[in-house]
Design a protein. Structure first.
Length: 110
């Protein structure tokens, strides 16, 4: 049973669980669009991923980027400051002046 405010949650239903795993990098093609999913090791947690939509030049960073906020680093579950810095540097290197950046929290950025 979920217990609000405690950090204890019910398991995700079987049908909502991932069916594909990306250990480091996977590329998908969906309706003529190249989608890259990448993991650069521990960042804010031990299970961070980002998703890049090449044609649209959109990079979804999830919780590795909080726009306007200092992101939470879950050091109890494999996250660390060095990894978070690596993720940030890699994201900056990947983007251009035209890339739309989707954060885990806060407004869309560039």
């Amino acid at each position: 049973m979920s217990m609000p405010g405690t950090g204890i949650f019910d398991p995700v239903p079987t049908g909502a669980r991932p069916t594909l795993v990306a250990d480091d990098k996977k590329t998908f093609n969906f309706d003529g669009t190249t989608i890259q999913v990448e993991n650069f090791g521990s960042g804010h947690t031990d299970g961070d991923l980002w998703v890049y939509f090449k044609k649209a030049d959109v990079l979804a960073l999830g919780d590795t980027f909080w726009n306007g906020f200092y992101r939470y680093i879950d050091n109890e579950d494999g996250g660390n400051i060095d990894g978070a810095i690596k993720w940030a540097n890699t994201a900056v290197a990947r983007t251009t002046d035209h890339t739309i950046v989707i954060p885990g929290h806060g407004p869309v950025g560039t």
